[in-house]
Design a protein around this ligand. Structure first.
Ligand code: TRP
Length: 326
């Protein structure tokens, strides 16, 4: 079975756009490949962070991924810093990556322009990302456009390492993530739903109180022509509701539009569909957060599974590079 690696940054809250746009697909994907999901807390410290917040967002993201349906018995789900092989390999790869290559990374340019303190880690971030991927003999990495350049660099570094030191790494391919629903802000439906939305009314976080989820959808921005049809350009608000309703009921937005003569009924059904999607996720999340021992146990299983693959790959890289075995 092909191995697929995904890295996920521990960010504050997961919202409906993340769920319907991407994460929900992973539930299916985990059965179709040998899937490795890594919560990349080491990448999170490349920019200044608050320790309590890092701890909290790492824990909550892993619990959320489990609550949504990533099954630690089916896939490998773990926290990057629990598997020391990541930092172990990244140094070897930093020494196989050139300064010039790192300097050309557009994400580095963007991020370093926006901060006063530019850490060395922010600069070498792509070498750590390459380590994440290469440690698992990964065949495919589903990445969005913003990460393509990092993946190209990973491939170049793998090829260079293999040429210098003998065949060591599988050279991974970029894969286009399966398309999910494009969920827009409920108040400004021409913008994507995002955690930095202008209005909290525009974003539904997966842990929002279900009453307030309903209210946010009932108050979503629509238009005045009263016609229910999927037409993103001229009816962004209504189309967004149809995308959401469709995604929650496994239909296309066009099919979801069938039979509605007015916005009230559409909003009511969309609210109900979202509430029914979120209810079991919230229940499972509550169980996990009330039982930290269970989360720790599942993460320990994930880290053990990860190490079983990463350990021998790091040992191989060290040996090929010429380190004495210890
Ligand atoms: N850099 C990725 C992002 O910002 C996260 C990431 C870290 C990643 N390691 C990875 C993604 C390995 C894919 C593979 O989204």
């Amino acid at each position: 079975m092909a191995r697929v690696f995904s890295g996920i940054q521990p960010t504050g809250e997961v919202h409906l756009g993340n769920l319907l746009g991407a994460i929900r697909n992973w539930i299916v994907d985990q059965h179709e490949a040998d899937s490795v999901y890594c919560v990349v807390d080491l990448h999170a410290i490349t920019q200044q962070q608050d320790p309590a917040e890092l701890r909290n967002s790492t824990l909550r993201l892993t619990q959320m991924l489990m609550a949504i349906g990533l099954d630690p018995d089916v896939c490998t789900l773990f926290v990057q810093s629990h598997v020391h092989e990541h930092t172990g390999l990244s140094w070897l790869l930093e020494c196989t990556t050139s300064f010039g290559e790192l300097r050309r990374m557009t994400q580095f340019k963007d991020k370093s322009d926006k901060t006063d303190f530019v850490s060395a880690g922010l600069f070498t971030y792509p070498s750590l990302m390459a380590a994440d991927i290469l440690l698992y003999d990964t065949n495919r990495v589903p990445v969005g456009d913003d990460q393509r350049q990092h993946l190209e660099l990973t491939r170049d570094v793998a090829v260079r390492f293999n040429a210098r030191y003998g065949n060591t790494f599988v050279v991974p391919e970029a894969a286009i993530p399966r398309a999910g629903a494009r969920v827009m802000d409920l108040q400004t439906p021409t913008n994507k739903m995002s955690k930095s939305s202008l209005s909290p009314q525009g974003t539904i976080n997966l842990l929002d109180d279900l009453k307030s989820v309903e209210k946010k959808i009932m108050r979503a921005m629509t238009d005045t022509d009263g016609d229910v049809r999927y037409d993103v350009a001229s009816k962004p608000g209504v189309s967004n509701l149809l995308s959401i309703l469709g995604a929650c009921t496994d239909r296309t937005p066009e099919d979801a539009a069938e039979g509605y003569a007015q916005y009230g009924a559409l909003k009511k059904d969309t609210a109900a569909a979202v509430v029914e999607t979120l209810r079991p996720i919230q229940a499972r999340f509550a169980e996990l957060s009330n039982d930290p021992g269970e989360t720790a146990r599942l993460l320990a299983i994930g880290a053990t599974k990860a190490r079983e693959v990463a350990g021998p790959v790091l040992a191989r890289a060290r040996e090929h590079m010429g380190f004495l075995t210890s």
